[in-house]
Design a protein around this ligand. Structure first.
Ligand code: 13P
Length: 259
């Protein structure tokens, strides 16, 4: 199984800095390959797509409108609009969107369908808060978030597990916590959905150059969703190099997909 690396720029970047960052990444074979993508603010997509045209490094989106058809939805960006800029993945249900914009499963199901219909690859983000983990609710919370996939999961499914308490905090979940939740997610998908041909679960939450090897070598970790470190050329390059090395030497312990 390959190892995806998606950089999530969040609400960062200005045109000149974005251009310089991408120009540097394009020079790096480990970054400029299929399986590496940068999820950029919607407004940056036109510039980013132009700069990445013909390159292997792809542009992704951080969100999409729940409304598929054009219309009176002030401020929204539709999946069809994103598709015009060759958007590869679209992040759905990032914890920041759940927290600040109240996104719930009903909205995320509509977003999932809109993204899918436009040919974008949804990445459903799930994860529990620290209070939920301490209350022993982590699996139940993640399972409830995964319900969006019921009746939807088909083809090559990509999920990102991002424990909320590990995002932007410098606290990485332990290898045991990551391995356990990734296995749980894959098993949940196998039990509750039918159409997935492959299931990739990315880990996100304070992934840095220093911990990339440990995180990406963990069983059932099929890649990383990288926030802060994706804004730094040398950190992101090292994470991409680690992923590429692990693909070459193969270490995946994926849950068996036979049903
Ligand atoms: P950090 O890597 O900055 O912790 O962010 C993780 C994240 O939210 C990626 O989507």
């Amino acid at each position: 199984m390959d190892k995806l690396v998606i950089g999530n720029w969040k609400m960062n970047g200005r045109r000149a800095a974005n251009h310089a960052l991408l120009a540097a990444l394009l020079q790096e074979p480990a970054c400029n390959r299929r399986g590496v993508s940068v999820a950029v603010p919607a407004l940056a997509l036109a510039d980013v797509a132009a700069q990445l045209a013909g390159q292997a490094l792809s542009a992704s989106a951080q969100d999409v409108s729940q409304f598929a058809d054009d219309g009176a939805y002030t401020g929204e960006v539709s999946a069809a609009m994103l598709a015009e800029y060759s958007v590869d993945f679209v992040l759905l249900g990032h914890s920041e969107r759940r927290q600040y914009f109240g996104e719930d499963n009903r909205v995320l199901a509509a977003k999932y369908d809109a993204a899918h219909a436009a040919g974008l690859r949804p990445v459903l983000c799930v994860g529990e808060t620290l209070a939920e983990r301490e209350a022993g609710q982590d699996e139940a919370v993640v399972a409830a978030q995964l319900e969006v996939l019921i009746g939807r999961a088909d083809g090559d499914l990509v999920i990102a597990y991002e424990p909320v308490w590990a995002i932007g905090t410098g606290k990485v979940a332990t290898i045991e916590q990551i391995a356990a939740m990734h296995a749980y997610i894959k098993q949940w998908v196998l039990r509750n959905t039918k159409g997935a041909v492959s299931i990739r679960v990315l880990y996100g939450g304070s992934v840095k150059a220093e911990n990339a090897d440990a995180v990406l070598s963990t069983p059932n970790v099929d890649g990383a969703l990288v926030g802060g470190a994706s804004l730094d050329v040398s950190a992101f390059r090292k994470i991409c190099e680690t992923a590429e090395k692990l693909i070459k030497y193969g270490n995946s312990q994926d849950v068996n997909l036979d049903r």
